[in-house]
Design a protein around this ligand. Sequence first.
Ligand SMILES: Cc1cc2nc3c(=O)[nH]c(=O)nc-3n(C[C@H](O)[C@H](O)[C@H](O)COP(=O)(O)OP(=O)(O)OC[C@H]3O[C@@H](n4cnc5c(N)ncnc54)[C@H](O)[C@@H]3O)c2cc1C
Length: 410
Amino acid sequence: MKIAIVGAGIIGVTTAYELSRDGHEVTVFEQRNAAAEDASFATAGLLAPLLTTPWSLPGMAPAARLMGAQSTVRLAQGFGRADVSWLWHWKRLAKRGPGPATALERLAQYSLARTLEIATEHELDFEASPGRLLLLRTEQDRAHLQAALQCLRDAGVAVQEIDAAAAQKLEPGLSPETPLAGAISLPGAAAGNCRLFAQLLRQGTQAGGVQFAFGTRVERLATNPVGVAVQGEATPRRFDAVVLCAGMASAALLPVLSLPLPMTAVYGYSVSAPLREDTHAPQASVVDVQQQISITRLGLRVRVAGGAELGSADAEHHAPTVARLYRTLNDWFPGGAQLSGGVQTWRGARTLLPDGAPVIGASGIPGLWLNTGHGTGGFALASGSARAIADLVAQRSPEINLDGLGLRRF
Ligand SMILES: Cc1cc2nc3c(=O)[nH]c(=O)nc-3n(C[C@H](O)[C@H](O)[C@H](O)COP(=O)(O)OP(=O)(O)OC[C@H]3O[C@@H](n4cnc5c(N)ncnc54)[C@H](O)[C@@H]3O)c2cc1C
Protein backbone atom coordinates (compact mmCIF):
# COMPACT_ATOMS: atom_id res chain seq x y z
CA MET A 1 0.00 0.00 0.00
CA LYS A 2 0.98 3.63 -0.45
CA ILE A 3 0.83 5.13 3.05
CA ALA A 4 1.26 8.69 4.36
CA ILE A 5 2.30 9.45 7.93
CA VAL A 6 1.75 12.93 9.34
CA GLY A 7 4.48 13.83 11.85
CA ALA A 8 8.08 12.68 12.33
CA GLY A 9 8.24 12.63 16.13
CA ILE A 10 9.10 9.37 17.88
CA ILE A 11 5.61 8.01 17.07
CA GLY A 12 5.72 8.88 13.35
CA VAL A 13 9.25 7.53 12.86
CA THR A 14 8.59 4.20 14.61
CA THR A 15 5.32 3.88 12.65
CA ALA A 16 7.21 4.49 9.40
CA TYR A 17 9.70 1.80 10.39
CA GLU A 18 7.06 -0.86 11.04
CA LEU A 19 4.96 -0.05 7.98
CA SER A 20 8.00 -0.04 5.72
CA ARG A 21 9.13 -3.32 7.24
CA ASP A 22 5.76 -4.78 6.24
CA GLY A 23 6.55 -3.82 2.65
CA HIS A 24 4.48 -0.64 2.28
CA GLU A 25 5.56 2.43 0.34
CA VAL A 26 5.74 5.07 3.09
CA THR A 27 5.99 8.88 2.96
CA VAL A 28 6.35 10.88 6.19
CA PHE A 29 5.21 14.53 6.13
CA GLU A 30 6.89 16.72 8.73
CA GLN A 31 6.54 20.49 9.01
CA ARG A 32 9.90 20.85 10.75
CA ASN A 33 13.24 20.27 9.06
CA ALA A 34 14.25 17.15 10.99
CA ALA A 35 12.80 14.27 13.00
CA ALA A 36 12.05 14.60 16.74
CA GLU A 37 12.22 18.39 16.88
CA ASP A 38 8.99 18.89 18.84
CA ALA A 39 7.77 16.92 21.90
CA SER A 40 10.30 14.13 21.26
CA PHE A 41 13.28 16.50 21.48
CA ALA A 42 14.63 16.27 25.05
CA THR A 43 12.37 13.89 26.98
CA ALA A 44 13.46 12.31 30.25
CA GLY A 45 14.20 9.19 28.22
CA LEU A 46 12.27 6.75 30.42
CA LEU A 47 11.11 3.57 28.74
CA ALA A 48 8.97 0.96 30.56
CA PRO A 49 7.73 0.66 33.24
CA LEU A 50 5.40 3.48 32.33
CA LEU A 51 3.18 3.85 35.39
CA THR A 52 5.81 5.26 37.71
CA THR A 53 6.80 7.95 35.17
CA PRO A 54 5.71 11.39 36.43
CA TRP A 55 2.24 12.22 35.06
CA SER A 56 1.69 8.79 33.51
CA LEU A 57 -2.00 8.29 34.34
CA PRO A 58 -4.56 9.77 36.78
CA GLY A 59 -4.17 8.28 40.25
CA MET A 60 -0.67 6.88 39.74
CA ALA A 61 1.27 9.57 41.65
CA PRO A 62 0.69 12.47 44.08
CA ALA A 63 -2.57 14.26 43.26
CA ALA A 64 -2.71 17.07 40.68
CA ARG A 65 -3.02 20.25 42.80
CA LEU A 66 -3.18 23.81 41.60
CA MET A 67 -3.05 25.62 44.90
CA GLY A 68 -0.97 25.80 48.04
CA ALA A 69 2.49 24.74 49.05
CA GLN A 70 1.85 21.20 47.76
CA SER A 71 0.78 22.39 44.27
CA THR A 72 1.96 20.10 41.47
CA VAL A 73 0.48 21.90 38.43
CA ARG A 74 1.14 25.46 37.42
CA LEU A 75 -1.07 27.70 35.34
CA ALA A 76 1.23 29.46 32.87
CA GLN A 77 0.44 32.40 30.66
CA GLY A 78 -2.20 31.54 28.05
CA PHE A 79 -4.05 28.75 29.89
CA GLY A 80 -7.68 28.38 28.87
CA ARG A 81 -10.96 26.70 29.68
CA ALA A 82 -9.94 23.50 27.88
CA ASP A 83 -6.95 23.18 30.24
CA VAL A 84 -9.07 23.62 33.34
CA SER A 85 -11.65 21.15 32.04
CA TRP A 86 -8.87 18.63 31.33
CA LEU A 87 -7.56 19.05 34.88
CA TRP A 88 -11.02 18.55 36.32
CA HIS A 89 -11.42 15.26 34.36
CA TRP A 90 -7.93 14.11 35.38
CA LYS A 91 -8.66 14.69 39.09
CA ARG A 92 -12.04 12.97 38.80
CA LEU A 93 -10.52 9.91 37.09
CA ALA A 94 -7.74 9.76 39.69
CA LYS A 95 -10.38 8.96 42.32
CA ARG A 96 -11.95 6.21 40.22
CA GLY A 97 -9.21 3.59 40.22
CA PRO A 98 -6.69 2.26 37.74
CA GLY A 99 -8.72 2.49 34.47
CA PRO A 100 -6.55 1.42 31.52
CA ALA A 101 -3.38 1.29 33.66
CA THR A 102 -2.58 -2.43 33.50
CA ALA A 103 -3.34 -2.61 29.76
CA LEU A 104 -1.11 0.39 29.16
CA GLU A 105 1.70 -1.06 31.22
CA ARG A 106 1.52 -4.25 29.15
CA LEU A 107 1.81 -2.11 26.02
CA ALA A 108 4.83 -0.37 27.56
CA GLN A 109 6.49 -3.72 28.30
CA TYR A 110 5.76 -4.94 24.76
CA SER A 111 7.11 -1.67 23.44
CA LEU A 112 10.32 -1.90 25.45
CA ALA A 113 10.98 -5.39 24.10
CA ARG A 114 10.37 -4.14 20.54
CA THR A 115 12.62 -1.07 21.03
CA LEU A 116 15.48 -3.23 22.27
CA GLU A 117 14.91 -5.74 19.46
CA ILE A 118 15.07 -2.98 16.83
CA ALA A 119 18.14 -1.45 18.45
CA THR A 120 19.94 -4.81 18.52
CA GLU A 121 18.97 -5.77 14.99
CA HIS A 122 20.14 -2.47 13.48
CA GLU A 123 22.94 -1.76 15.96
CA LEU A 124 21.39 1.53 17.11
CA ASP A 125 23.34 2.94 20.04
CA PHE A 126 20.78 5.22 21.67
CA GLU A 127 22.55 5.66 25.02
CA ALA A 128 20.36 3.07 26.72
CA SER A 129 20.77 2.11 30.38
CA PRO A 130 19.07 -0.72 32.32
CA GLY A 131 17.26 -0.48 35.69
CA ARG A 132 15.59 2.35 37.62
CA LEU A 133 15.27 3.48 41.22
CA LEU A 134 12.23 5.29 42.58
CA LEU A 135 13.61 7.39 45.43
CA LEU A 136 11.40 7.79 48.50
CA ARG A 137 12.18 10.81 50.66
CA THR A 138 9.42 9.88 53.13
CA GLU A 139 7.02 7.04 53.86
CA GLN A 140 4.28 9.19 52.35
CA ASP A 141 6.02 8.85 48.97
CA ARG A 142 5.69 5.07 49.30
CA ALA A 143 1.96 5.48 49.96
CA HIS A 144 1.56 7.63 46.82
CA LEU A 145 3.05 4.86 44.72
CA GLN A 146 0.91 1.95 45.90
CA ALA A 147 -1.67 2.07 43.08
CA ALA A 148 1.05 2.19 40.42
CA LEU A 149 3.07 -0.59 42.04
CA GLN A 150 0.02 -2.85 42.24
CA CYS A 151 -0.65 -2.34 38.51
CA LEU A 152 3.00 -3.07 37.76
CA ARG A 153 2.80 -6.32 39.71
CA ASP A 154 -0.48 -7.18 37.94
CA ALA A 155 1.30 -6.63 34.63
CA GLY A 156 4.09 -9.01 35.71
CA VAL A 157 6.73 -6.32 36.27
CA ALA A 158 9.48 -7.06 38.84
CA VAL A 159 9.23 -4.59 41.75
CA GLN A 160 11.68 -4.70 44.67
CA GLU A 161 11.33 -2.60 47.83
CA ILE A 162 14.84 -1.85 49.11
CA ASP A 163 16.42 0.22 51.87
CA ALA A 164 18.70 3.23 51.49
CA ALA A 165 21.91 1.17 51.72
CA ALA A 166 20.81 -1.16 48.93
CA ALA A 167 19.81 1.87 46.81
CA GLN A 168 23.27 3.33 47.35
CA LYS A 169 24.82 0.10 46.07
CA LEU A 170 22.80 0.30 42.85
CA GLU A 171 23.47 4.03 42.38
CA PRO A 172 26.78 4.73 44.15
CA GLY A 173 26.65 8.43 43.21
CA LEU A 174 23.56 9.06 45.39
CA SER A 175 24.35 11.72 47.96
CA PRO A 176 24.33 10.41 51.56
CA GLU A 177 23.44 13.96 52.66
CA THR A 178 19.86 13.77 51.35
CA PRO A 179 17.51 11.76 53.60
CA LEU A 180 16.30 8.61 51.84
CA ALA A 181 13.53 6.56 53.47
CA GLY A 182 14.01 3.76 50.96
CA ALA A 183 13.62 3.05 47.26
CA ILE A 184 11.79 0.88 44.78
CA SER A 185 14.08 -0.90 42.39
CA LEU A 186 12.78 -1.76 38.93
CA PRO A 187 15.48 -4.02 37.51
CA GLY A 188 13.66 -4.58 34.20
CA ALA A 189 13.31 -0.86 33.47
CA ALA A 190 15.27 0.95 30.78
CA ALA A 191 15.97 4.48 29.61
CA GLY A 192 17.62 5.99 26.56
CA ASN A 193 17.85 8.99 24.30
CA CYS A 194 14.49 9.39 22.55
CA ARG A 195 15.66 11.91 19.96
CA LEU A 196 18.76 9.89 19.11
CA PHE A 197 16.67 6.72 18.71
CA ALA A 198 14.27 8.59 16.40
CA GLN A 199 17.10 10.06 14.36
CA LEU A 200 18.96 6.76 13.97
CA LEU A 201 15.74 5.02 12.98
CA ARG A 202 14.90 7.84 10.55
CA GLN A 203 18.29 7.41 8.87
CA GLY A 204 17.84 3.65 8.62
CA THR A 205 14.28 3.79 7.28
CA GLN A 206 15.21 6.55 4.82
CA ALA A 207 18.07 4.39 3.52
CA GLY A 208 15.53 1.56 3.27
CA GLY A 209 13.21 3.58 1.01
CA VAL A 210 10.91 5.61 3.32
CA GLN A 211 10.44 9.14 1.94
CA PHE A 212 10.70 11.97 4.48
CA ALA A 213 9.13 15.21 3.27
CA PHE A 214 10.63 17.67 5.77
CA GLY A 215 9.57 21.30 5.86
CA THR A 216 6.18 20.14 4.52
CA ARG A 217 3.07 21.10 6.42
CA VAL A 218 -0.12 19.10 6.04
CA GLU A 219 -2.98 21.59 6.03
CA ARG A 220 -5.79 19.10 6.26
CA LEU A 221 -6.60 15.44 5.80
CA ALA A 222 -8.63 14.35 2.79
CA THR A 223 -11.15 11.59 3.35
CA ASN A 224 -12.72 10.60 0.07
CA PRO A 225 -10.38 9.54 -1.40
CA VAL A 226 -7.99 9.41 1.56
CA GLY A 227 -4.96 11.66 1.36
CA VAL A 228 -3.19 14.74 2.66
CA ALA A 229 -3.57 18.34 1.53
CA VAL A 230 -0.10 19.89 1.67
CA GLN A 231 0.26 23.62 2.24
CA GLY A 232 0.76 25.42 -1.07
CA GLU A 233 -0.61 22.59 -3.24
CA ALA A 234 -3.95 22.90 -5.00
CA THR A 235 -4.98 19.24 -4.88
CA PRO A 236 -4.59 16.72 -2.06
CA ARG A 237 -2.08 13.92 -2.57
CA ARG A 238 -3.80 10.52 -2.67
CA PHE A 239 -2.77 7.57 -0.51
CA ASP A 240 -4.24 4.16 0.29
CA ALA A 241 -3.94 4.97 3.99
CA VAL A 242 -2.94 7.88 6.23
CA VAL A 243 -1.66 7.49 9.82
CA LEU A 244 -1.97 10.60 11.96
CA CYS A 245 1.03 10.91 14.33
CA ALA A 246 1.04 14.69 14.67
CA GLY A 247 1.29 14.90 18.47
CA MET A 248 -0.36 18.00 19.89
CA ALA A 249 -1.41 19.12 16.38
CA SER A 250 -3.47 15.96 15.82
CA ALA A 251 -6.65 17.41 17.32
CA ALA A 252 -6.45 20.43 15.00
CA LEU A 253 -6.29 18.15 11.95
CA LEU A 254 -9.40 16.21 12.91
CA PRO A 255 -12.30 18.69 13.01
CA VAL A 256 -12.75 18.35 9.22
CA LEU A 257 -13.78 14.80 10.00
CA SER A 258 -15.96 15.82 12.97
CA LEU A 259 -13.90 13.65 15.29
CA PRO A 260 -13.41 14.95 18.81
CA LEU A 261 -10.00 14.48 20.45
CA PRO A 262 -9.95 16.31 23.82
CA MET A 263 -6.18 16.79 24.09
CA THR A 264 -4.31 19.11 26.38
CA ALA A 265 -0.65 19.98 26.47
CA VAL A 266 0.89 19.60 29.91
CA TYR A 267 4.25 21.31 29.53
CA GLY A 268 7.36 20.11 31.29
CA TYR A 269 11.03 20.99 31.36
CA SER A 270 14.33 19.20 31.03
CA VAL A 271 17.86 20.34 31.74
CA SER A 272 20.68 18.38 30.08
CA ALA A 273 24.24 18.87 31.25
CA PRO A 274 27.58 17.27 30.40
CA LEU A 275 28.83 14.60 32.75
CA ARG A 276 31.34 15.93 35.27
CA GLU A 277 32.29 13.00 37.44
CA ASP A 278 31.10 9.50 36.59
CA THR A 279 31.20 8.25 40.18
CA HIS A 280 28.95 11.12 41.32
CA ALA A 281 26.44 10.77 38.45
CA PRO A 282 23.51 8.39 37.95
CA GLN A 283 24.40 5.14 36.20
CA ALA A 284 20.83 4.68 34.88
CA SER A 285 17.56 6.50 35.72
CA VAL A 286 16.01 7.55 39.02
CA VAL A 287 12.69 9.22 39.85
CA ASP A 288 12.25 11.47 42.89
CA VAL A 289 8.71 10.45 43.75
CA GLN A 290 7.93 13.47 45.94
CA GLN A 291 9.21 16.02 43.42
CA GLN A 292 7.98 14.06 40.37
CA ILE A 293 11.36 14.69 38.79
CA SER A 294 13.52 12.15 36.96
CA ILE A 295 17.30 12.11 36.53
CA THR A 296 18.66 10.05 33.67
CA ARG A 297 22.11 9.16 32.49
CA LEU A 298 22.32 9.58 28.71
CA GLY A 299 25.79 8.61 27.57
CA LEU A 300 28.10 11.48 28.50
CA ARG A 301 25.24 13.65 29.74
CA VAL A 302 22.85 13.81 32.66
CA ARG A 303 19.26 14.91 32.10
CA VAL A 304 16.88 16.05 34.82
CA ALA A 305 13.21 16.47 33.86
CA GLY A 306 9.92 17.43 35.48
CA GLY A 307 7.38 20.18 36.04
CA ALA A 308 3.76 20.41 34.90
CA GLU A 309 2.29 23.56 33.38
CA LEU A 310 -0.96 24.32 31.64
CA GLY A 311 -0.78 27.26 29.25
CA SER A 312 0.42 28.26 25.82
CA ALA A 313 3.25 26.75 23.80
CA ASP A 314 5.22 29.98 23.77
CA ALA A 315 4.94 30.88 27.48
CA GLU A 316 8.25 31.98 28.95
CA HIS A 317 10.32 29.43 30.82
CA HIS A 318 9.34 29.44 34.49
CA ALA A 319 12.56 30.08 36.39
CA PRO A 320 11.41 28.58 39.74
CA THR A 321 10.50 25.26 38.03
CA VAL A 322 13.87 25.12 36.30
CA ALA A 323 15.55 25.98 39.62
CA ARG A 324 13.68 23.05 41.20
CA LEU A 325 15.21 20.71 38.61
CA TYR A 326 18.70 21.96 39.48
CA ARG A 327 17.96 21.63 43.19
CA THR A 328 16.75 18.05 42.83
CA LEU A 329 19.78 17.12 40.73
CA ASN A 330 22.00 18.66 43.39
CA ASP A 331 20.14 16.86 46.20
CA TRP A 332 20.81 13.43 44.71
CA PHE A 333 23.92 13.72 42.54
CA PRO A 334 25.95 16.77 43.59
CA GLY A 335 29.01 17.12 41.40
CA GLY A 336 27.76 14.58 38.84
CA ALA A 337 27.04 17.11 36.09
CA GLN A 338 28.93 20.10 34.75
CA LEU A 339 26.56 23.03 35.25
CA SER A 340 28.81 25.92 34.33
CA GLY A 341 28.54 25.52 30.54
CA GLY A 342 27.05 23.44 27.72
CA VAL A 343 23.71 23.12 29.54
CA GLN A 344 20.52 22.81 27.48
CA THR A 345 17.15 23.83 28.95
CA TRP A 346 14.03 22.67 27.13
CA ARG A 347 10.28 23.11 27.57
CA GLY A 348 8.11 20.55 25.80
CA ALA A 349 4.51 19.34 25.64
CA ARG A 350 3.07 16.13 26.95
CA THR A 351 0.00 15.66 24.77
CA LEU A 352 -2.47 14.23 27.24
CA LEU A 353 -6.01 12.93 26.80
CA PRO A 354 -8.13 13.07 29.98
CA ASP A 355 -7.44 9.41 30.94
CA GLY A 356 -3.73 9.67 30.08
CA ALA A 357 -3.91 6.89 27.45
CA PRO A 358 -3.22 7.33 23.72
CA VAL A 359 -5.52 6.69 20.79
CA ILE A 360 -4.26 3.81 18.66
CA GLY A 361 -6.48 2.45 15.92
CA ALA A 362 -9.11 3.21 13.32
CA SER A 363 -10.65 6.67 13.05
CA GLY A 364 -13.99 5.47 11.72
CA ILE A 365 -13.07 6.80 8.27
CA PRO A 366 -11.79 4.01 6.01
CA GLY A 367 -8.06 4.41 5.43
CA LEU A 368 -7.49 6.99 8.19
CA TRP A 369 -5.65 5.67 11.26
CA LEU A 370 -4.72 7.34 14.54
CA ASN A 371 -1.55 6.84 16.59
CA THR A 372 -1.43 9.85 18.86
CA GLY A 373 -1.95 11.34 22.33
CA HIS A 374 0.83 9.35 24.04
CA GLY A 375 1.11 11.92 26.81
CA THR A 376 3.88 11.23 29.19
CA GLY A 377 4.90 7.97 27.54
CA GLY A 378 5.49 8.64 23.85
CA PHE A 379 8.95 7.11 23.91
CA ALA A 380 7.93 4.28 26.24
CA LEU A 381 4.96 3.33 24.05
CA ALA A 382 6.25 4.18 20.56
CA SER A 383 7.62 0.90 19.22
CA GLY A 384 4.70 -1.17 20.53
CA SER A 385 2.07 1.30 19.28
CA ALA A 386 3.78 1.38 15.89
CA ARG A 387 3.85 -2.41 15.59
CA ALA A 388 0.20 -2.58 16.63
CA ILE A 389 -0.99 0.04 14.13
CA ALA A 390 0.99 -1.67 11.35
CA ASP A 391 -0.81 -4.93 12.20
CA LEU A 392 -4.19 -3.18 12.14
CA VAL A 393 -3.44 -1.57 8.77
CA ALA A 394 -2.57 -5.05 7.46
CA GLN A 395 -5.91 -6.37 8.86
CA ARG A 396 -4.02 -8.57 11.35
CA SER A 397 -4.77 -8.82 15.08
CA PRO A 398 -2.01 -7.04 17.00
CA GLU A 399 -0.02 -9.20 19.43
CA ILE A 400 -0.97 -6.76 22.17
CA ASN A 401 -4.49 -6.05 23.38
CA LEU A 402 -5.55 -2.49 22.48
CA ASP A 403 -8.93 -2.57 24.27
CA GLY A 404 -9.70 0.82 25.79
CA LEU A 405 -7.22 2.68 23.57
CA GLY A 406 -9.58 3.48 20.70
CA LEU A 407 -11.30 6.71 19.75
CA ARG A 408 -14.69 5.32 20.79
CA ARG A 409 -14.01 5.91 24.47
CA PHE A 410 -14.59 9.62 23.84
C1 LIG B 1 9.54 17.19 30.12
C2 LIG B 1 9.07 15.98 29.39
C3 LIG B 1 9.60 14.74 29.71
C4 LIG B 1 9.16 13.60 29.05
N1 LIG B 1 9.70 12.41 29.38
C5 LIG B 1 9.28 11.28 28.77
C6 LIG B 1 9.85 10.02 29.10
O1 LIG B 1 10.73 9.93 29.94
N2 LIG B 1 9.41 8.91 28.47
C7 LIG B 1 8.42 8.99 27.52
O2 LIG B 1 8.03 7.96 26.99
N3 LIG B 1 7.85 10.17 27.19
C8 LIG B 1 8.26 11.31 27.78
N4 LIG B 1 7.69 12.51 27.47
C9 LIG B 1 6.58 12.51 26.52
C10 LIG B 1 7.08 12.43 25.10
O3 LIG B 1 7.91 13.53 24.91
C11 LIG B 1 5.93 12.46 24.10
O4 LIG B 1 4.92 11.54 24.47
C12 LIG B 1 6.37 12.10 22.70
O5 LIG B 1 7.48 12.85 22.33
C13 LIG B 1 5.25 12.32 21.71
O6 LIG B 1 5.72 11.97 20.45
P1 LIG B 1 4.89 12.31 19.14
O7 LIG B 1 5.63 11.73 18.01
O8 LIG B 1 3.47 11.93 19.35
O9 LIG B 1 4.86 13.91 19.10
P2 LIG B 1 5.94 14.93 18.51
O10 LIG B 1 7.31 14.52 18.85
O11 LIG B 1 5.49 16.28 18.89
O12 LIG B 1 5.78 14.73 16.96
C14 LIG B 1 4.70 15.22 16.21
C15 LIG B 1 5.29 15.79 14.94
O13 LIG B 1 4.22 16.14 14.06
C16 LIG B 1 4.62 17.29 13.36
N5 LIG B 1 3.41 17.94 12.83
C17 LIG B 1 2.39 18.44 13.57
N6 LIG B 1 1.45 18.96 12.74
C18 LIG B 1 1.89 18.78 11.49
C19 LIG B 1 1.37 19.12 10.22
N7 LIG B 1 0.19 19.74 10.10
N8 LIG B 1 2.08 18.80 9.11
C20 LIG B 1 3.30 18.16 9.23
N9 LIG B 1 3.84 17.84 10.41
C21 LIG B 1 3.14 18.13 11.54
C22 LIG B 1 5.33 18.12 14.42
O14 LIG B 1 6.17 19.09 13.86
C23 LIG B 1 6.09 17.05 15.19
O15 LIG B 1 7.39 16.87 14.72
C24 LIG B 1 8.13 13.68 28.07
C25 LIG B 1 7.62 14.93 27.74
C26 LIG B 1 8.07 16.07 28.39
C27 LIG B 1 7.51 17.39 28.02
